[in-house]
Design a protein around this ligand. Sequence first.
Ligand code: PLP
Length: 364
Amino acid sequence: MVPPIYQVSTYKQDGVGGLREGYEYSRTANPTRLALEECLAALEGGDRAFAFASGMAAEDCLLRAGCVPGDHVLIPDDAYGGTFRLFARVLAGWGISYRPVRLADPRAVRDALAERPARLLWAETPTNPLLSIADIGALAQLAHEAGALLVVDNTFASPYLQQPLALGADAVVHSTTKYLGGHSDVVGGAVVTAAGVAGAHGPLAEQIAFVQNATGAIAGPFDAWLTLRGVKTLAVRMERHGQNAARVAGMLAAHPAVTEVLYPGLPGHPGHEVAAKQMRGFGGMVSFRLRGGEAAAVAVCGRTRLFTLGESLGGVESLIEHPFRMTHASVTGSPLEVPADLVRLSVGIETAEDLIEDLRQALS
Ligand code: PLP
Protein backbone atom coordinates (compact mmCIF):
# COMPACT_ATOMS: atom_id res chain seq x y z
CA MET A 1 0.00 0.00 0.00
CA VAL A 2 2.86 2.36 0.74
CA PRO A 3 6.09 2.76 -1.24
CA PRO A 4 8.97 2.19 1.20
CA ILE A 5 11.50 4.86 2.07
CA TYR A 6 14.57 3.78 0.14
CA GLN A 7 16.97 5.58 2.48
CA VAL A 8 19.99 4.68 0.36
CA SER A 9 22.65 6.60 -1.51
CA THR A 10 23.71 3.74 -3.75
CA TYR A 11 22.64 0.33 -5.12
CA LYS A 12 24.38 -2.98 -5.50
CA GLN A 13 25.23 -3.63 -9.15
CA ASP A 14 25.08 -7.01 -10.88
CA GLY A 15 28.55 -6.70 -12.42
CA VAL A 16 30.20 -3.62 -13.89
CA GLY A 17 27.64 -1.86 -16.06
CA GLY A 18 24.90 -4.24 -14.87
CA LEU A 19 22.53 -1.91 -13.02
CA ARG A 20 19.85 -3.62 -10.94
CA GLU A 21 16.49 -2.31 -12.15
CA GLY A 22 18.30 0.71 -13.59
CA TYR A 23 19.35 2.20 -10.25
CA GLU A 24 22.88 3.48 -9.93
CA TYR A 25 23.09 6.32 -7.39
CA SER A 26 20.34 8.23 -5.56
CA ARG A 27 21.13 11.65 -6.99
CA THR A 28 20.27 10.16 -10.40
CA ALA A 29 17.26 8.06 -9.32
CA ASN A 30 15.69 6.67 -6.16
CA PRO A 31 12.59 4.43 -6.04
CA THR A 32 10.78 6.55 -3.44
CA ARG A 33 11.42 9.72 -5.41
CA LEU A 34 10.36 7.95 -8.60
CA ALA A 35 7.06 6.92 -6.95
CA LEU A 36 6.41 10.59 -6.13
CA GLU A 37 7.41 11.70 -9.62
CA GLU A 38 5.06 9.19 -11.25
CA CYS A 39 2.27 10.34 -8.93
CA LEU A 40 2.84 14.03 -9.71
CA ALA A 41 2.97 13.40 -13.47
CA ALA A 42 -0.35 11.57 -13.22
CA LEU A 43 -1.96 14.30 -11.06
CA GLU A 44 -1.01 17.03 -13.54
CA GLY A 45 -1.78 14.91 -16.61
CA GLY A 46 1.87 15.33 -17.64
CA ASP A 47 4.38 13.15 -19.38
CA ARG A 48 7.21 13.35 -16.84
CA ALA A 49 7.75 14.83 -13.40
CA PHE A 50 10.88 15.68 -11.44
CA ALA A 51 10.96 16.10 -7.66
CA PHE A 52 13.29 18.64 -6.08
CA ALA A 53 14.57 19.73 -2.69
CA SER A 54 12.38 22.87 -2.83
CA GLY A 55 10.11 24.82 -5.12
CA MET A 56 12.94 27.26 -5.83
CA ALA A 57 15.27 24.40 -6.81
CA ALA A 58 12.58 23.20 -9.24
CA GLU A 59 12.24 26.68 -10.76
CA ASP A 60 16.00 27.12 -11.05
CA CYS A 61 16.45 23.74 -12.75
CA LEU A 62 13.59 24.33 -15.18
CA LEU A 63 14.97 27.73 -16.16
CA ARG A 64 18.52 26.49 -16.60
CA ALA A 65 17.27 23.51 -18.60
CA GLY A 66 14.90 25.54 -20.75
CA CYS A 67 16.88 28.73 -21.39
CA VAL A 68 20.31 29.78 -22.64
CA PRO A 69 22.17 33.02 -21.82
CA GLY A 70 20.68 35.84 -23.88
CA ASP A 71 17.11 34.53 -23.48
CA HIS A 72 14.28 36.73 -22.32
CA VAL A 73 11.42 35.69 -20.01
CA LEU A 74 8.13 37.41 -19.19
CA ILE A 75 7.11 37.09 -15.55
CA PRO A 76 3.97 38.19 -13.66
CA ASP A 77 4.09 41.74 -12.32
CA ASP A 78 3.00 40.22 -9.02
CA ALA A 79 5.08 37.03 -9.06
CA TYR A 80 5.96 35.22 -5.84
CA GLY A 81 8.84 37.19 -4.27
CA GLY A 82 11.24 34.26 -4.38
CA THR A 83 10.60 33.77 -8.10
CA PHE A 84 11.28 37.47 -8.71
CA ARG A 85 14.48 37.25 -6.65
CA LEU A 86 15.64 34.24 -8.69
CA PHE A 87 15.21 36.21 -11.92
CA ALA A 88 16.43 39.57 -10.64
CA ARG A 89 19.34 38.56 -8.44
CA VAL A 90 20.52 35.18 -9.73
CA LEU A 91 19.59 34.48 -13.34
CA ALA A 92 19.98 38.07 -14.58
CA GLY A 93 23.67 37.76 -13.72
CA TRP A 94 23.87 34.69 -15.97
CA GLY A 95 22.40 36.46 -18.99
CA ILE A 96 18.69 35.67 -18.68
CA SER A 97 16.65 38.86 -18.78
CA TYR A 98 13.11 39.24 -17.51
CA ARG A 99 10.25 41.67 -17.76
CA PRO A 100 7.31 41.89 -15.35
CA VAL A 101 3.96 42.03 -17.20
CA ARG A 102 0.35 42.07 -16.01
CA LEU A 103 -0.65 38.57 -17.04
CA ALA A 104 -4.32 39.18 -16.31
CA ASP A 105 -4.24 41.52 -19.34
CA PRO A 106 -3.72 39.43 -22.53
CA ARG A 107 -3.15 42.61 -24.57
CA ALA A 108 -0.21 43.60 -22.36
CA VAL A 109 1.23 40.11 -22.83
CA ARG A 110 0.79 40.22 -26.61
CA ASP A 111 2.48 43.65 -26.78
CA ALA A 112 5.40 42.51 -24.63
CA LEU A 113 5.89 39.40 -26.76
CA ALA A 114 5.78 41.52 -29.93
CA GLU A 115 8.28 44.01 -28.52
CA ARG A 116 10.91 41.45 -27.65
CA PRO A 117 10.90 37.72 -28.41
CA ALA A 118 10.77 35.62 -25.26
CA ARG A 119 11.89 32.06 -24.67
CA LEU A 120 9.39 31.61 -21.87
CA LEU A 121 6.22 33.08 -20.52
CA TRP A 122 6.21 32.39 -16.77
CA ALA A 123 2.74 32.48 -15.22
CA GLU A 124 1.42 32.09 -11.72
CA THR A 125 -2.32 31.81 -11.14
CA PRO A 126 -3.65 32.55 -8.59
CA THR A 127 -0.66 34.73 -7.67
CA ASN A 128 1.04 34.96 -4.31
CA PRO A 129 -0.05 37.07 -2.41
CA LEU A 130 -2.40 39.22 -4.54
CA LEU A 131 -4.52 36.32 -5.83
CA SER A 132 -4.72 37.68 -9.38
CA ILE A 133 -5.89 35.30 -12.09
CA ALA A 134 -4.45 34.76 -15.57
CA ASP A 135 -6.28 32.92 -18.35
CA ILE A 136 -4.03 29.90 -18.93
CA GLY A 137 -5.58 28.93 -22.27
CA ALA A 138 -5.23 32.48 -23.61
CA LEU A 139 -1.63 32.72 -22.40
CA ALA A 140 -0.78 29.36 -24.01
CA GLN A 141 -2.09 30.60 -27.33
CA LEU A 142 -0.20 33.90 -27.10
CA ALA A 143 3.03 32.17 -26.04
CA HIS A 144 2.85 29.55 -28.77
CA GLU A 145 2.04 32.09 -31.49
CA ALA A 146 5.18 33.95 -30.43
CA GLY A 147 7.30 30.79 -30.32
CA ALA A 148 7.59 30.84 -26.52
CA LEU A 149 6.87 28.14 -23.95
CA LEU A 150 4.29 28.62 -21.23
CA VAL A 151 5.26 27.61 -17.69
CA VAL A 152 2.64 27.80 -14.92
CA ASP A 153 3.41 27.88 -11.21
CA ASN A 154 0.43 25.85 -9.98
CA THR A 155 1.32 26.00 -6.28
CA PHE A 156 -1.72 27.97 -5.07
CA ALA A 157 -4.30 25.90 -6.97
CA SER A 158 -2.75 22.41 -6.74
CA PRO A 159 -3.54 19.92 -9.49
CA TYR A 160 -6.83 19.10 -7.77
CA LEU A 161 -8.20 22.55 -8.60
CA GLN A 162 -6.38 23.33 -11.84
CA GLN A 163 -4.49 21.39 -14.51
CA PRO A 164 -2.51 23.87 -16.63
CA LEU A 165 -1.12 21.26 -19.05
CA ALA A 166 -4.65 20.38 -20.17
CA LEU A 167 -5.18 24.09 -20.87
CA GLY A 168 -2.11 24.29 -23.12
CA ALA A 169 0.82 24.96 -20.76
CA ASP A 170 4.12 23.23 -21.57
CA ALA A 171 5.33 22.76 -18.01
CA VAL A 172 4.07 23.19 -14.46
CA VAL A 173 6.11 24.00 -11.39
CA HIS A 174 5.15 23.46 -7.76
CA SER A 175 6.32 24.24 -4.34
CA THR A 176 5.21 20.83 -3.02
CA THR A 177 5.95 22.34 0.39
CA LYS A 178 2.42 23.78 0.16
CA TYR A 179 -0.83 21.98 -0.71
CA LEU A 180 0.70 18.84 -2.21
CA GLY A 181 2.60 18.06 1.00
CA GLY A 182 -0.18 19.70 2.97
CA HIS A 183 1.08 19.34 6.54
CA SER A 184 3.84 21.96 6.96
CA ASP A 185 6.36 19.19 7.59
CA VAL A 186 8.42 19.03 4.38
CA VAL A 187 10.03 21.42 1.87
CA GLY A 188 9.97 20.26 -1.74
CA GLY A 189 9.37 21.20 -5.33
CA ALA A 190 8.42 19.69 -8.66
CA VAL A 191 8.43 20.27 -12.39
CA VAL A 192 5.95 18.42 -14.59
CA THR A 193 6.32 18.55 -18.38
CA ALA A 194 3.88 17.91 -21.20
CA ALA A 195 4.89 15.37 -23.85
CA GLY A 196 7.09 16.50 -26.72
CA VAL A 197 8.08 19.97 -25.45
CA ALA A 198 11.26 21.35 -27.00
CA GLY A 199 13.46 23.68 -24.94
CA ALA A 200 16.48 25.72 -25.99
CA HIS A 201 18.74 22.65 -25.95
CA GLY A 202 16.34 20.02 -27.31
CA PRO A 203 13.66 17.95 -25.55
CA LEU A 204 12.83 19.84 -22.37
CA ALA A 205 12.22 16.82 -20.12
CA GLU A 206 15.54 15.25 -21.08
CA GLN A 207 17.34 18.50 -20.37
CA ILE A 208 15.63 18.82 -16.97
CA ALA A 209 16.67 15.26 -16.10
CA PHE A 210 20.21 16.10 -17.15
CA VAL A 211 20.41 19.38 -15.18
CA GLN A 212 18.72 17.84 -12.14
CA ASN A 213 21.34 15.10 -12.02
CA ALA A 214 24.18 17.47 -12.91
CA THR A 215 23.32 20.05 -10.24
CA GLY A 216 21.74 17.70 -7.70
CA ALA A 217 18.91 19.56 -5.90
CA ILE A 218 16.81 16.41 -5.62
CA ALA A 219 14.08 15.51 -3.14
CA GLY A 220 15.46 13.11 -0.54
CA PRO A 221 13.69 9.77 0.01
CA PHE A 222 12.01 10.68 3.30
CA ASP A 223 10.85 14.04 1.91
CA ALA A 224 9.47 12.27 -1.17
CA TRP A 225 7.67 9.78 1.09
CA LEU A 226 6.14 12.54 3.25
CA THR A 227 4.95 14.38 0.15
CA LEU A 228 3.41 11.19 -1.25
CA ARG A 229 1.61 10.64 2.02
CA GLY A 230 0.28 14.19 1.92
CA VAL A 231 -0.96 13.81 -1.64
CA LYS A 232 -3.31 10.98 -0.65
CA THR A 233 -5.63 13.48 1.04
CA LEU A 234 -5.17 16.35 -1.43
CA ALA A 235 -8.72 16.19 -2.78
CA VAL A 236 -10.49 16.22 0.59
CA ARG A 237 -8.15 18.85 1.99
CA MET A 238 -8.64 21.16 -1.01
CA GLU A 239 -12.42 20.87 -0.72
CA ARG A 240 -12.31 21.88 2.94
CA HIS A 241 -9.70 24.63 2.40
CA GLY A 242 -11.99 26.11 -0.27
CA GLN A 243 -15.16 25.91 1.86
CA ASN A 244 -13.42 27.56 4.82
CA ALA A 245 -11.75 30.22 2.69
CA ALA A 246 -15.08 31.18 1.11
CA ARG A 247 -16.61 31.61 4.59
CA VAL A 248 -13.63 33.65 5.82
CA ALA A 249 -13.61 35.83 2.67
CA GLY A 250 -17.33 36.51 3.08
CA MET A 251 -16.89 37.59 6.69
CA LEU A 252 -13.91 39.84 5.85
CA ALA A 253 -15.73 41.46 2.92
CA ALA A 254 -18.43 42.66 5.32
CA HIS A 255 -16.02 43.82 8.05
CA PRO A 256 -15.66 47.61 8.56
CA ALA A 257 -11.90 47.40 9.28
CA VAL A 258 -11.27 45.78 5.89
CA THR A 259 -11.04 47.84 2.69
CA GLU A 260 -10.56 45.03 0.17
CA VAL A 261 -10.65 41.23 0.12
CA LEU A 262 -8.61 39.45 -2.53
CA TYR A 263 -10.22 36.06 -3.14
CA PRO A 264 -11.07 34.78 -6.64
CA GLY A 265 -14.20 33.09 -5.30
CA LEU A 266 -15.83 36.46 -4.61
CA PRO A 267 -18.04 37.49 -7.56
CA GLY A 268 -16.53 41.01 -7.50
CA HIS A 269 -12.95 39.73 -7.98
CA PRO A 270 -11.67 40.82 -11.43
CA GLY A 271 -10.53 37.28 -12.21
CA HIS A 272 -13.63 35.53 -10.88
CA GLU A 273 -15.02 34.43 -14.24
CA VAL A 274 -11.69 33.16 -15.58
CA ALA A 275 -11.04 31.34 -12.31
CA ALA A 276 -14.50 29.76 -12.42
CA LYS A 277 -13.76 28.58 -15.98
CA GLN A 278 -10.35 27.05 -15.37
CA MET A 279 -10.47 25.98 -11.71
CA ARG A 280 -12.60 23.37 -9.94
CA GLY A 281 -12.76 25.61 -6.86
CA PHE A 282 -11.11 28.81 -5.65
CA GLY A 283 -8.62 27.45 -3.13
CA GLY A 284 -7.68 28.26 0.43
CA MET A 285 -5.69 31.48 0.12
CA VAL A 286 -7.28 34.81 1.08
CA SER A 287 -5.58 38.21 1.28
CA PHE A 288 -7.11 41.41 2.61
CA ARG A 289 -6.23 45.06 3.12
CA LEU A 290 -6.87 47.09 6.23
CA ARG A 291 -8.31 50.56 6.64
CA GLY A 292 -5.73 51.18 9.38
CA GLY A 293 -2.77 50.67 7.00
CA GLU A 294 0.49 48.90 7.75
CA ALA A 295 0.25 49.31 11.53
CA ALA A 296 -3.19 47.69 11.59
CA ALA A 297 -2.02 44.84 9.32
CA VAL A 298 0.96 44.11 11.57
CA ALA A 299 -1.24 44.32 14.68
CA VAL A 300 -3.82 41.85 13.30
CA CYS A 301 -1.04 39.40 12.44
CA GLY A 302 0.09 39.53 16.06
CA ARG A 303 -3.35 39.08 17.61
CA THR A 304 -4.74 35.86 16.13
CA ARG A 305 -4.79 32.75 18.32
CA LEU A 306 -5.87 29.99 15.95
CA PHE A 307 -4.16 31.40 12.84
CA THR A 308 -0.45 30.96 13.53
CA LEU A 309 1.85 33.80 12.51
CA GLY A 310 4.25 32.24 10.04
CA GLU A 311 5.48 32.04 6.47
CA SER A 312 4.47 29.34 3.97
CA LEU A 313 0.96 28.12 3.21
CA GLY A 314 -1.12 25.15 2.18
CA GLY A 315 -0.93 23.16 5.43
CA VAL A 316 -3.91 21.84 7.36
CA GLU A 317 -3.34 24.45 10.09
CA SER A 318 -4.22 28.06 9.31
CA LEU A 319 -1.45 30.62 8.94
CA ILE A 320 -1.41 34.42 8.89
CA GLU A 321 1.37 36.70 7.71
CA HIS A 322 2.31 40.21 6.61
CA PRO A 323 3.72 39.81 3.06
CA PHE A 324 5.33 43.28 2.94
CA ARG A 325 7.62 42.51 5.87
CA MET A 326 7.75 38.73 5.63
CA THR A 327 7.36 36.54 2.51
CA HIS A 328 7.63 39.40 0.03
CA ALA A 329 10.30 41.54 1.67
CA SER A 330 12.54 40.63 -1.29
CA VAL A 331 10.37 42.66 -3.70
CA THR A 332 10.35 45.84 -1.60
CA GLY A 333 11.52 48.74 -3.76
CA SER A 334 10.89 46.78 -7.00
CA PRO A 335 7.92 47.12 -9.40
CA LEU A 336 6.50 44.05 -7.64
CA GLU A 337 6.31 45.66 -4.19
CA VAL A 338 3.19 44.50 -2.33
CA PRO A 339 0.94 46.85 -0.32
CA ALA A 340 2.02 47.38 3.29
CA ASP A 341 -1.60 47.17 4.51
CA LEU A 342 -1.98 43.62 3.16
CA VAL A 343 -2.47 40.50 5.28
CA ARG A 344 -2.31 37.01 3.76
CA LEU A 345 -4.18 34.03 5.16
CA SER A 346 -3.60 30.38 4.40
CA VAL A 347 -6.96 29.09 5.54
CA GLY A 348 -6.62 25.62 7.02
CA ILE A 349 -9.11 22.82 7.54
CA GLU A 350 -10.18 23.69 11.09
CA THR A 351 -13.81 24.46 11.93
CA ALA A 352 -14.86 27.54 9.95
CA GLU A 353 -16.67 29.14 12.90
CA ASP A 354 -13.50 29.01 15.01
CA LEU A 355 -11.45 30.64 12.24
CA ILE A 356 -14.02 33.39 11.76
CA GLU A 357 -14.25 34.05 15.50
CA ASP A 358 -10.46 34.28 15.72
CA LEU A 359 -10.26 36.82 12.90
CA ARG A 360 -13.12 38.86 14.36
CA GLN A 361 -11.39 39.15 17.73
CA ALA A 362 -8.07 40.04 16.03
CA LEU A 363 -9.76 42.72 13.89
CA SER A 364 -11.56 44.25 16.83
N1 PLP B 1 6.04 29.35 -5.91
C1 PLP B 1 5.13 29.86 -5.08
C2 PLP B 1 3.84 30.37 -5.61
C3 PLP B 1 5.39 29.91 -3.71
O1 PLP B 1 4.47 30.43 -2.89
C4 PLP B 1 6.64 29.43 -3.22
C5 PLP B 1 6.97 29.50 -1.78
O2 PLP B 1 6.31 30.15 -1.01
C6 PLP B 1 7.57 28.92 -4.14
C7 PLP B 1 7.23 28.88 -5.47
C8 PLP B 1 8.91 28.44 -3.68
O3 PLP B 1 8.80 27.21 -3.06
P1 PLP B 1 9.77 26.69 -1.87
O4 PLP B 1 9.54 27.58 -0.71
O5 PLP B 1 9.31 25.27 -1.68
O6 PLP B 1 11.17 26.77 -2.39
